[in-house]
Write a protein that binds this ligand. Structure first.
Ligand SMILES: [Zn+2]
Ligand SMILES: [Zn+2]
Length: 154
């Protein structure tokens, strides 16, 4: 493991007041290297065969989540996707974009959206999580070039 990754992991664990254990370090190293939210299964596959099992990984992710170190990003087919909370603010997670054509999902870490305001009395909005859908650049380009090439047949 690279020394800057090691240092980042030390910092994350101490900021959350969590003891340094093998599984914690291994899971954080996967999350630090990931560019997308990860499921416990994906992390297990990444760390196999020497890594912790899926149950340990899931429990560790839950404890990271309780400590605010990671966020549960979204639920897909009853499976939570997790990512480090470093790219989010106190009140808002960065938006996620899903391509409706190829299913690819991306973190829009550069994008911030205005906080929603509740029109109803009594609701307190604590955190905003937004999922956007549409076409990714690759699919947008493919569909567009098809439109150009196929227009004689339409
Ligand atoms: Zn796509
Ligand atoms: Zn993300």
């Amino acid at each position: 493991m690279k020394s800057d990754v090691k240092r980042k992991i030390e910092k994350l664990l101490s900021s959350a007041n969590l003891r340094r254990t093998g599984p914690r370090v291994a899971i954080l190293s996967v999350l630090l290297g990931a560019r997308k939210p990860q499921t416990a299964g994906q992390i297990a596959a990444n760390l196999a065969p020497a890594g912790p099992n899926k149950i340990t990984i899931y429990r560790t992710l839950e404890s990271f989540s309780a400590a605010g170190l990671v966020h549960k990003v979204f639920l897909q087919g009853r499976t939570w996707h997790f990512e480090l909370s470093g790219n989010c603010t106190e009140s808002q997670c960065h938006p996620h974009f899903t391509c409706t054509n190829c299913g690819d999902m991306q973190c829009l870490t550069e994008m911030t959206l205005p906080m929603a305001e509740s029109p109803h009395k009594g609701f307190v909005i604590g955190r905003q999580r937004v999922q956007l859908e549409g076409l990714c650049p690759k699919c947008n380009l493919n569909l567009y070039s098809c439109e150009v090439r196929c227009k004689d047949f339409l």
